[in-house]
Each structure stands twice: as structure tokens, then as C-alpha cells.
Design a protein around this ligand. Structure first.
Ligand code: GLN
Length: 486
């Protein structure tokens, strides 16, 4: 059932918010031992939220748009009174005294908080393996990773442990786990959604966005979280259009750009390629025109990202010094020793690696050669997009070069892990909106995702094309039998 349908049933009193929440809490209890999508389940709060909605309905009050919809929130978004850990030892016991703007808007809209979801420590990773709470598992095959860094949010939606969730996407952390888990994941335009209360990773790239089982639900969630926020000066003042109304606008005649370089990428799994090409053919059958497009600078995306993101991370993570936040090493003899040991003990290896790379790239002798150069290449990537969007309305690529990989597959080789983001990073570099949605399955029954990208603030177009594809392809209706966790 989609959110719109649920809303009607709730209004008519055919179901209660409490029933929907209880169903999800039972599902969580049943599957969490094998999935580990949540860092914390807030069952009491969820029931209280739901009861309040039911009471409002009985009293004849008008119900807000997400009334009674049970959601899960990536554990790098601050929730007042509910632990926000970033899956790091550093913040293991951090209880924020304030609420992030996006989550505040969800509760205002009547949504129910089921709990916080697991991630790669500080959102740095592509597999959710670096969490201090242990890895989350892919609901389609628990021997496989769910992707990352928002792996918990994607797995929770895929396993039916919530109706939708929020994640954050710096280089692909919403879209790649969405692809691995067979759900819809949307990264909005940079600045479309407030980041007040999102724990900062790389400030020129981070963006919050929704996960859902279908495109219409993703539109419902975006509708609520999008829009201006006086508390975030990087948040755009642009008005928020009616995303739900955009879905059914006809797509015939739209030009869809097939990004050549993305289909020639090294390490692109042939099954992924075939499935995404079939998705393109499906759009053609719907009346879209397929256009061959070249974006040669996309190939520099990873190298550029892994200078810019760690540089910004090293600055953002400087606040974790054992004084202002989180973990503090015990029995240090001096302030310097306390700070240094708090960081050494509080952060995991990947976070330390990023801080070291970033500090190096920003240091006086190297900032021009690395950081500044990376920003220049970033401009070239953006120009590839500008040129492409001069000729087409939407770009189409695979979301990730492979389907979900096994645990430990890339643990020894960070560079191999970084390649998982090859196709998602360009959209972050240019601040563009992009969506991943299921387009098929590989021979082992693992989901494959297709990525669509549009120009700045063209989320309506993005959702419209995605919705039409979803309706026509019916990928999830035709999924391999018994593939998901029971
Ligand atoms: N996997 C990428 C990284 O490790 C992207 C992470 C993200 O989008 N938060 O940095």
C-alpha cells in the first residue's frame, strides 16, 4: 500500500495508525536479528505518536499529509531526546538537545518515528560495514551488504521494517544502497532540503533525501522535507512545487540522454548494463527519445571526490576533540594527550583515513596542487552536465557498476570500495537531483538500479520520468519468488 492509499483508509477509519505502527514493530522484531537495519528502535515513542494520530482522527481533526506513516531515520540526523550516533564510538552516547529541520517537518506532518538506522561511520563508506554497531545485511541475501552509507535506511524499507526512511547522500549514499536493496532513493538538488541538524560530512556535497518502496511515496516524503529554512543558509529559497501532481504528466517527447562513458565504465557488470539498457528501451517505448550523450569528465569524478570530500570532512570533524562532543579518553595526562587519544579511540579506521587525507590535501604546501585542482576539475564535470542538458531533459545511467557484493569483499582495498560510487558522484559534484529505482535483477536474484539525473531543481521532471517507468516496467511485481527475507 502506498502512502496516498493509506491516508484514505485512515481517514475512513478502516485502519488505525496504531495498527500500522504495531505491524511494523512486529516486523522489526521478527527480522532485525538477521538484518540489523536499526541502531535503535523507539517503540514506545512510536506507539505514542500513532495513538495521538488516532485520537486526532476520532476527534474529527483534519489529518496532516503523513499522518500515522511509520518512518526510520538515518542516525546522522539529530532527533531531540533520541540518541544520534553516526554509528561511531565517538557519538555513541550523544543525545541531541534539538531536532533537525527535516525530521521536525516529518513529525509536524504526522509521521511516526520507528527508530534510527545504521550507517557507515559518519556516512563514510559504501557497505555499512564500518558501523560500530556491526554491519546491516541485505534483505535479498543476508550474505551481501546493503550498500552504504545509508545501508540501514535502505534495508529497513526493503525488509518492510518501515514505510519509508531518510538518508543522506554525499557521493551516492542514498542511491547506491537503494539500488542494492531494490528500493527507490532520491538525492535532491543541493540546497533543496535543509541540512540543519544533519551531522556534517562534506558540506559542499551533503544532501538529505528519502527512501521508499515506490516513486509516489518518495514524492510524498520530498514534499514534506523540501523548502527554505532560516536555520540553514545553504538552503534555497525557491518555492516547493507540487511533486505528487507532477508524476502523471506525460513523458512522450522527452529526450533521455544515455551517458556513453557510464556504459563503458571499467568494472561494469554485463548484467547491470543489459538491465539498465532495457530500462532505457522501456522509456523509448513510452515515447521518450533516446539520445547518445558524452560526459568525458565523469571519469574524473572519483579522484576529484576523494580530495574534496575528505578535505571538507577533516574540517567538519575537527569539532570532535573530546571536549565539545562525545567520547573522551580517560586518564590523560594533558589536554593534547586527551584530544589525541579521544580521536584515536573514538574514530574507526576509515574515518581516520579520511581525516588524514583531508588534512594533507589542505595543508599549506599542497592546497593548490590538490584541493584547488580538484575544485577546478569539479567545474569541468559540471560543464559536461551543462552541455548534456542543452540537448536532453534527463540523463540515464546505471546507479552502481555491480549488484550488492559480499561482506569483506572490498575491506582490504579502499580503492575498490570507492569505485562503487563511480556513477553516483558526478551528480553530487554538480549539485544535481538524481534518483535510483529498481530496473531488474541479476542471475543471483539481486536487485539492479537505474539512475536518472535532471537539471537543478528539476525534481518534478525526475519523479515524473521515474514514475512512468515504474508503472510500465512493474519490476517489483515481477521479482524473483521468495527472494526477500521471510
Ligand atoms: N561512499 C561514498 C563515501 O564513502 C559516499 C558516502 C556518502 O554519500 N555519504 O564517501
Amino acid at each position: 500500500m502506498g502512502i496516498a492509499e493509506w491516508r484514505e483508509q485512515l481517514k475512513r477509519g478502516e485502519v488505525s495508525a496504531r495498527e500500522l505502527t504495531d505491524q511494523h514493530l512486529s516486523r522489526i522484531e521478527a527480522v532485525e536479528p538477521s538484518i540489523n537495519a536499526y541502531t535503535e528502535v523507539t517503540a514506545d515513542r512510536a506507539r505514542a505518536d500513532a495513538d495521538r494520530i488516532d485520537a486526532a482522527r476520532v476527534a474529527g481533526e483534519e489529518l496532516p499529509p503523513l499522518a500515522g506513516v511509520p518512518l526510520a531515520i538515518k542516525d546522522n540526523l539529530c532527533t531531540r531526546g533520541v540518541r544520534t550516533t553516526c554509528s561511531s564510538r565517538m557519538l555513541e552516547n550523544f543525545v541531541p538537545p534539538y531536532e533537525s529541520t527535516v525530521t521536525g517537518r516529518l513529525w509536524q506532518a504526522g509521521a511516526v518515528l520507528l527508530g534510527k538506522t545504521n550507517l557507515d561511520e559518519f556516512a563514510m563508506g559504501s557497505s555499512t560495514e564500518t558501523s560500530v554497531f556491526g554491519p546491516s545485511r541485505n534483505p535479498w541475501n543476508t550474505e551481501k551488504v546493503p550498500g552504504g552509507s545509508s545501508g540501514g535506511s535502505a534495508a529497513a524499507v526493503a525488509a518492510g521494517e518501515c514505510v519509508g526512511s531518510l538518508g543522506s547522500d554525499t557521493g551516492g549514499s542514498i542511491r547506491q544502497p537503494a539500488a542494492f536493496c531494490g528500493v527507490v532513493g532520491l538525492k535532491p538538488t543541493y540546497g533543496r532540503v535543509s541540512r540543519y541538524g544533519l551531522v556534517a560530512f562534506a558540506s559542499s556535497l551533503d544532501q538529505v533525501g528519502p527512501f521508499a518502496t515506490n516513486v509516489a511515496d518518495a514524492a510524498e516524503l520530498l514534499q514534506v522535507i523540501a523548502g527554505e529554512d532560516p536555520r540553514d543558509s545553504t538552503c534555497l529559497k525557491a518555492p516547493v512545487p507540487d511533486y505528487r501532481a507532477a508524476l502523471q504528466q506525460p513523458v512522450a517527447g522527452l529526450k533521455v540522454g544515455i551517458v556513453r562513458e557510464c556504459f563503458e565504465a571499467e568494472g561494469l557488470d554485463p548484467e547491470v548494463k543489459a538491465s539498465v539498457m532495457a530500462a532505457a528501451a522501456q522509456l523509448e517505448a513510452l515515447g521518450c527519445e533516446l539520445v547518445d550523450v558524452s560526459c568525458p569528465r565523469f571519469n574524473d569524478g572519483i579522484a576529484t571526490y576523494y580530495v574534496i570530500a575528505p578535505s571538507e570532512a577533516s574540517a567538519n570533524l575537527a569539532r570532535y576533540d573530546g571536549v565539545k562532543y562525545g567520547y573522551r579518553a580517560a586518564d590523560a595526562a594533558s589536554l593534547a594527550e586527551m584530544t589525541s587519544r579521544s580521536r584515536a579511540e573514538g574514530f574507526g579506521d576509515e574515518v581516520k583515513r579520511r581525516i588524514l587525507i583531508g588534512t594533507y590535501a589542505l595543508s599549506a604546501g599542497y592546497v593548490d596542487a590538490y584541493y584547488k585542482k580538484a575544485q577546478q576539475v569539479r567545474t569541468l564535470i559540471r560543464r559536461d552536465f551543462d552541455r548534456a542538458f542543452g540537448a536532453v531533459d534527463v540523463l540515464l545511467t546505471p546507479t552502481s557498476p555491480t549488484t550488492a557484493f559480499g561482506f569483506g569483499a572490498h575491506s582490504e582495498d579502499p580503492l575498490a570500495m570507492y569505485l562503487a560510487d563511480l556513477l553516483t558522484i558526478p551528480a553530487n559534484m554538480a549539485g544535481l537531483p538524481a534518483i535510483s529505482l529498481p530496473c531488474g535483477f541479476d542471475g543471483a536474484g539481486l536487485p539492479i538500479g537505474v539512475q536518472l539525473i535532471t537539471g537543478v531543481l528539476q525534481e518534478e521532471r525526475l519523479l515524473q520520468v521515474a514514475w512512468h517507468y515504474e508503472q510500465a516496467a512493474r519490476v517489483m511485481q515481477n521479482r524473483p519468488a521468495a527472494a526477500l527475507v521471510p
